[in-house]
Design a binder for this molecule. Structure first.
Ligand code: GLV
Ligand code: MG
Length: 325
């Protein structure tokens, strides 16, 4: 291990994060009853400019009056390049800060963006006498944000998670795609002719680099990496595949832009019984090995060593966290 200690963000379940437009009050109660781990009430891109002021009022009222149970509650404010943003922060934190757990900052581009919001939130919390500190979740969804992802991840003690905003990221990098998340047939390689002279097309994951880069920045700073939206809510299999490949890379959760995606995210982002059982067997085998003075042994014909203990502990810890829901 490095001499540098990575401080971990507060442990929260973040398997599913449901997006709810602040203008869609009719959806609030259903969202509160859902199985989403985190809900973000949106003031940004799902709300039309003329509806922003009313959406802000709706969100403040809803945070104060609806029983959200033990859910982690977040509000996505508008970007720092808009004049909506300062009032989003001031009104929402002043009037509903007691029930707000997180603020989601979209299109964050530099560490200074984080600093600016931190300064505002700190002043409001102090003035209001709030005891609880509001955390930050950042959407990495611009070329600038991705370029500065390491500095952004380290920019505030409030930071809790980084989210991959695939739609805006595509727009910002001018990727030739108009779908939200998912795959693109043009991102593929063609094999050389096979024995029967045909050639096979292998589709790739065009978001791999961006997602992997964000995961590393998040983990190096003790934050949760979370995969963003998958627009085609009529394709549960496509959603699950996208969530699985994010989980395999190290993401803890994925957005749900439709209630039907909540269960899919919770399922994929929870370790399976089989995984947990194997993790527990690894821990037992390594305890036994330690008694015999060994640092590495074989289990089911595969090598396990001290690194296996750390991997297994991550899974067992996650299972405990979920069981505590
Ligand atoms: C989310 O905000 C996205 O742009 O994908
Ligand atoms: Mg976006």
């Amino acid at each position: 291990m490095s001499f540098h200690t990575v401080e971990q963000a507060p442990a929260r379940l973040n398997r599913s994060e449901l997006a709810v437009p602040g203008s869609a009050v009719q959806m609030f109660e259903k969202a509160a009853q859902s199985d989403a781990d985190v809900i973000f009430l949106d003031l940004e891109d799902a709300v039309a400019p003329d509806d922003k002021a009313q959406a802000r009022k709706n969100i403040i009222k809803a945070l104060n009056e609806i029983d959200w149970g033990t859910k982690t509650m977040s509000v996505r404010i508008n970007g720092l390049d808009t004049h909506y943003m300062y009032r989003d922060v001031v009104d929402v934190v002043e009037q509903a800060g007691a029930r707000l757990d997180l603020i989601m900052i979209p299109k964050v581009g530099t560490a200074a963006d984080v600093y600016a919001v931190d300064m505002m939130v700190t002043q409001i919390e102090d003035a209001m006498g709030f005891k609880k500190r509001i955390g930050f979740e950042h959407i990495i969804e611009t070329a600038l944000g991705m370029q500065n992802v390491n500095e952004i991840a380290a920019a505030s003690k409030r930071n809790e998670s980084l989210h991959f905003g695939v739609a805006d990221y595509a727009a910002s990098t001018r990727a030739r795609t108009t779908i939200i998340g998912g795959v693109n047939p043009d991102y593929a390689v063609l094999t050389d002719p096979l024995e029967d002279a045909t050639r096979a097309t292998h589709w790739g994951d065009m978001w791999h680099y961006a997602l992997a880069r964000m995961v590393v920045a998040a983990r190096a700073n003790g934050l949760r990496p979370v995969d963003g939206p998958f627009g085609d809510f009529s394709d549960p299999e496509g959603y699950k595949a996208a969530a699985k490949r994010a989980a395999v890379l190290g993401c803890e959760g994925k957005w749900a832009i439709h209630p039907s995606q909540i269960a899919l995210a919770n399922e994929v982002m929870s370790p399976s019984e089989k995984e947990v059982t194997r993790a527990k067997r690894i821990l037992e085998a390594m305890m036994e090995a330690a008694k015999q003075g060994k640092g590495a042994v074989s289990l089911d014909g595969r090598l396990i060593d001290y690194a296996s203990i750390r991997q297994a502990e991550v899974l067992v810890e996650k299972a405990k966290q979920i069981a505590g829901v």
